[in-house]
Design a protein around this ligand. Structure first.
Ligand code: SF4
Length: 134
């Protein structure tokens, strides 16, 4: 996509308290990639929702830890039952507003980066109904 058509997102560090912040494990498996694609879709479709860098939180970036703490809502997306994203958040003393684990939503964890777009649509709708619209 040409740069002049990029969707510029709100600045997460300065606007966190007005944003629903989404973090995802982005795991290297079907379910990890469904979670990442869901986070992208929600970020693109909801003006006040935005992905934030989970790796930066895990790496000890205070700026990113503060974004997660200050967020209006903090939505955590895990690929599988290991729930790495939730563990990173809690290890930083932060309680998520909402958590979801893709492998518990009827989607098989497979060693592939491919996924079904219908699964992404279904999970994105579920998160929208259960937390973003509330
Ligand atoms: S929660 Fe599962 S899919 Fe996500 S990073 Fe951890 S092991 Fe990988």
């Amino acid at each position: 996509m040409p740069k002049d058509r990029w969707q510029i997102l709100p600045h997460c560090a300065s606007e966190a308290d007005n944003l629903d912040i989404i973090v995802t494990c982005d795991g290297a498996s079907s379910v990890g990639q469904v979670g990442n694609e869901v986070a992208i879709k929600l970020t693109k479709e909801h003006e006040s929702a935005r992905m934030c860098c989970l790796s930066a939180i895990a790496a000890g970036s205070k700026v990113h830890q503060d974004i997660a703490k200050k967020a209006r809502k903090l939505i955590v997306i895990n690929g599988c039952q290991l729930e790495c994203a939730s563990k990173i958040i809690r290890n930083n003393g932060i309680e998520p507003t909402y958590e979801i684990t893709i492998a518990k939503e009827g989607i098989e964890k497979a060693p592939t980066l491919d996924f079904d777009d219908e699964d992404v649509e279904r999970i994105a709708n579920k998160i929208t109904q259960e937390v973003l619209k509330k």
